[in-house]
Write a protein that binds this ligand. Structure first.
Ligand code: 5GP
Ligand code: MN
Length: 325
């Protein structure tokens, strides 16, 4: 796993302070972007940082397309449309993006600051803070806002806490360290309405519940139940936030869960694992990346029927590596 750089970032605080000092000194525009298919951490860490920098009177543009289930966090006119070029003299801050190819909204060019927690991040950018020991990019953004020295408001703390909540599966995953809980406590102390926030984060469009029925009818068990799979049947769709892999991964006895969804460009995989099996290793084999317990990939140009055997072969290899089969 060494090649995937899954350990803590050496000189973490020094790097956070360097980024904070750099941002504080900047007079030009700051453009904030994150990854395609933004999740709670992508939106939360970007919005939190954008609000903090605005409070410091920086010229900030946040380029995003917040998914429906997170739009309640965002004020109208708080985000902008994608751009084809980063203007001369601007700084591009990229948050939670595992690789330059996953960045949405702007080309990765010019003075780039890369802030992320994916072990597979190739450490692109002029400055980077990439620490896979952090539960969420939002954790790094919390430290960065502290280092910027701007006064915390509930408006900043709410999206940052959202990133921590969503990337830790509501403080249930193994990445829920004492540090995460301390940070969450601090953020709640800055005025977040926690019960309101966690309730709102679980809302789903009504169509989601019918779609869930259709998805669950596709559940399959492989390798004696060590792998559970499901896919989005053709003709069924839900607007964003359909974390179906997060449901099937609780099949008793499973060590790995894969959810497949056919898209224009190919089949998008969401992979989860436990018990020493690495979702990340499977994702990397299939051209993707992510974290050890949660990763993803896109099998370009393939149909669902063609994708399944590739998934089974990659998972089989990983189950063998760990000695389960
Ligand atoms: P999800 O299954 O929720 O889409 O993604 C799980 C994790 O894997 C996320 O941290 C996400 O950033 C990462 N991930 C998902 N798809 C890809 C991909 O195609 N390439 C890379 N490098 N990472 C991915
Ligand atoms: Mn994240």
């Amino acid at each position: 796993m060494d090649a995937l750089h899954n350990g803590p970032e050496p000189r973490y605080w020094e790097k956070v302070r360097t980024v904070a000092d750099t941002l504080r000194e900047l007079e030009g525009p700051i453009i904030i972007v994150s990854h395609v298919d933004p999740d709670g951490d992508a939106i939360g860490s970007s919005l939190g940082l954008a609000r903090a920098l605005k409070a410091m009177d920086k010229k900030v543009t946040w380029i995003a397309d917040p998914p429906r289930f997170l739009r309640f966090l965002v004020k109208e006119d708080e985000y902008s449309e994608p751009i084809a070029h980063v203007p001369e003299g601007a700084t591009l801050v990229v948050l939670d993006a595992a690789e330059p190819g996953r960045v949405a909204g702007a080309p990765v060019e010019g003075f780039v600051i890369n802030i992320d927690h994916h072990g597979t991040n190739p450490r692109f950018g002029y400055l980077s803070v990439v620490d896979p020991s952090k539960a969420a990019t939002a954790q790094i953004v919390k430290d960065l806002i502290d280092a910027l020295g701007v006064g915390w408001t509930a408006e900043m703390a709410t999206p940052v806490l959202t990133g921590l909540i969503t990337d830790t599966g509501n403080f249930r995953f193994a990445n829920t360290t004492p540090e995460v809980l301390h940070t969450a406590a601090e953020l709640v102390g800055h005025g977040v309405k926690l019960a309101e926030l966690t309730d709102r984060l679980q809302w789903r469009p009504v169509g989601y519940f019918k779609a869930m029925g259709a998805v669950l009818s596709t559940v399959g068990f492989h390798f004696g139940g060590l792998l559970v799979t499901a896919h989005m049947p053709r003709g069924v769709s839900v607007e964003d936030s359909d974390d179906f892999v997060g449901i099937i991964r609780y099949a008793e006895g499973s060590q790995m869960a894969v959810f497949l969804r056919e898209r224009e460009e190919g089949v998008k995989l969401s992979i989860r694992s436990r018990g020493g099996v690495s979702a990340q290793a499977v994702a990397v084999k299939l051209g993707g990346g992510g974290h050890v317990p949660a990763a993803g990939a896109t099998l370009r140009g393939l149909t669902l029927e063609e994708a399944y055997p590739k998934v089974l072969a990659a998972v089989e290899e990983e189950l063998r590596r760990v000695g389960y089969i």
